[in-house]
Write a protein that binds this ligand. Structure first.
Ligand code: ADP
Ligand code: MG
Length: 474
């Protein structure tokens, strides 16, 4: 309650952008007659507010409690790392303060400067620059540690990592492209996190293309182009997300071209992301296209089955959810284009289980996705359904088909499954092989062709295949 009021008062006192940058983690943790204790999401925010916003906080506290009060800042308990990244004095157990009379020595004054190592000092400066010049707050979760690497994204990942490690080295510019939801923003922000924490003083700037365009327009209108130029041409690492949004924006492209040249010639790192390769961005000037190709152009492709499974496992683990393997398999099989959708599916399934107080199983997962109208889940036939239908037809067990048995009684139904999977699911040959008997893609290709050839010459067999297909779709 007071949390809300305090935050509302802060929002009134600073603008929304500053609020989002600095105050969004503020919580009231204790209120005593003479003093309120407020927590912040991390040490950095705490230091910053103590340095620059004491007056604002004075006024917000006064407005909230109707009278001036002392306040004290601590780092939120959940954010404290073992070994104490924070100043212990600043975070005494609150129980000790239950009564003002029994309180130990006066708590340290609010304005004590914390001890920082030289490395922290550099990181702090890097962050200050970033926060002052960017209009986004980096997502804490978008780190290299949280990025699951697979064949679809390993090149992009390796290049991004190398860039963060040694900016303006071999990959300049780095141009990442891929469809929406495949991890471009995640990698760009991971570069920011890593570069800023590297111990080297680096001016890092991460922008959406929209911001670049908007700021350019404003600068032109206000006649402040030189400030605009200075801001961008003075950084060590410039990352611009979704550069395809510059399509059709002639003047901004021109401006960006000059920014690019300056940074490049000063050996500063440039990282760009786009939903398509440079040459396929509509109406992008030829000279920009050729610039973008100077460095490394890496595509992020849709993840294969194994990678999807690994990502799902990671997301479930990160959120402490216990999701059975068969459910993870089901999700990985049905949601195959977009990692954001995979995350969404985990959330849906878990949310649904909590709502109806049931443990997560396959049946529940199907319902959760179906109920939420998940198009990819209802649109496609899953391998499980194909196995079910084929097993019923040939009187074998799904575990036999999934296993490595090579007897003819199993081999043929297995080939039929592969054929149907190829026709009814968007899975690749390789993925089908993994799911049906752990075969490689050439085995699957052989099976698919064999069944297809037989259907072409044997009309009764063709009819059987049609019937099976209809059953799978039902
Ligand atoms: P894009 O910018 O390409 O549209 P994002 O970077 O926003 O995609 O990624 C969408 C979501 O998927 C984010 O929550 C991101 O953390 C997650 N994600 C993408 N790729 C991976 C990966 N390889 N490992 C873990 N999470 C990923
Ligand atoms: Mg993005």
């Amino acid at each position: 309650m007071t949390d809300d009021l305090l935050r509302e008062n802060l929002r009134q006192l600073v603008n929304q952008r500053k609020y989002d940058l600095w105050f969004h983690t503020v919580r009231v943790v204790d209120v005593q007659p003479g003093e309120v204790v407020l927590s912040l999401g991390n040490r950095f925010l705490l230091d910053w507010i103590r340095t620059y916003y004491t007056e604002v906080l004075d006024r917000a506290v006064e407005a909230t409690w109707g009278e001036p009060r002392e306040w004290r800042l601590v780092v939120a308990e959940s954010e404290q790392t073992a070994g104490g990244a924070t100043n212990g004095e600043l975070h005494e157990p609150l129980e000790a303060e239950a009564s003002a009379d029994t309180r130990p020595d006066p708590t340290p004054p609010v304005h004590v400067e914390p001890q920082r190592s030289a490395q922290d000092e550099v990181a702090w400066k890097n962050q200050s620059f970033f926060l002052h010049h960017s209009d986004v707050v980096l997502n804490d979760k978008y780190t290299f540690e949280n990025f699951v690497v697979g064949p679809s994204n390993s090149l992009a990942h390796a290049a991004a990592y190398a860039v963060a490690d040694a900016p303006a080295g071999s990959y300049n510019p780095l141009f990442l492209h891929g469809n929406v939801g495949l991890g471009k923003t995640h990698l760009l922000q991971a570069i920011c996190h890593k570069a800023m924490a590297s111990g080297r003083a680096l001016k890092v700037l991460y922008l959406s293309s929209e911001t670049f365009v908007n700021q350019f327009i404003v600068a032109v209108e206000k006649g402040e182009l030189s400030q605009f130029r200075y801001r961008y041409r003075n950084v060590d690492v410039l990352l611009i997300d979704d550069i395809h949004l510059l399509a059709n924006k002639e003047r901004t492209q021109e401006e960006f071209f000059h920014t690019f040249n300056t940074l490049y010639h000063d050996q500063r790192q440039i990282v760009l992301s786009s939903d398509s390769p440079p040459s396929e961005i509509p109406s992008l000037r030829e000279r920009l296209i050729s610039r973008f190709k100077w460095g490394l152009v890496a595509e992020i492709e849709p993840p294969g089955f194994e990678t999807r499974l690994a990502i799902l496992r990671r997301k479930a683990r990160d959120r402490d959810f216990l999701i059975p393997e068969d459910v993870l398999n089901y999700l990985a099989e049905h949601i195959d284009r977009n990692i954001r959708e995979l995350e969404g599916a985990v959330t849906k399934v878990v949310g649904y289980a909590q709502l109806i107080h049931r443990t997560i199983d396959l049946d529940l997962a199907r319902k959760a996705l179906g109920q939420a109208g998940d198009s990819s889940a209802t649109r496609m036939t899953g391998i499980d359904r194909i196995l079910e239908v084929v097993c019923a037809q040939f009187d074998v067990r799904p575990s036999d088909l999934g296993g490595r048995k090579r007897t003819q009684s199993v081999a043929f139904p297995r080939q039929v499954c592969m054929y149907l999977a190829r026709r009814l699911t968007p899975l690749s040959l390789e993925e089908i092989g993994v799911r049906i008997g752990g075969r490689d893609h050439s085995t699957v290709l052989y099976a698919v062709n064999k069944v297809r050839d037989r259907a072409a010459t044997d009309s009764r067999f063709a009819q059987l295949m049609n019937e099976l297909e209809a059953k799978c779709r039902a």
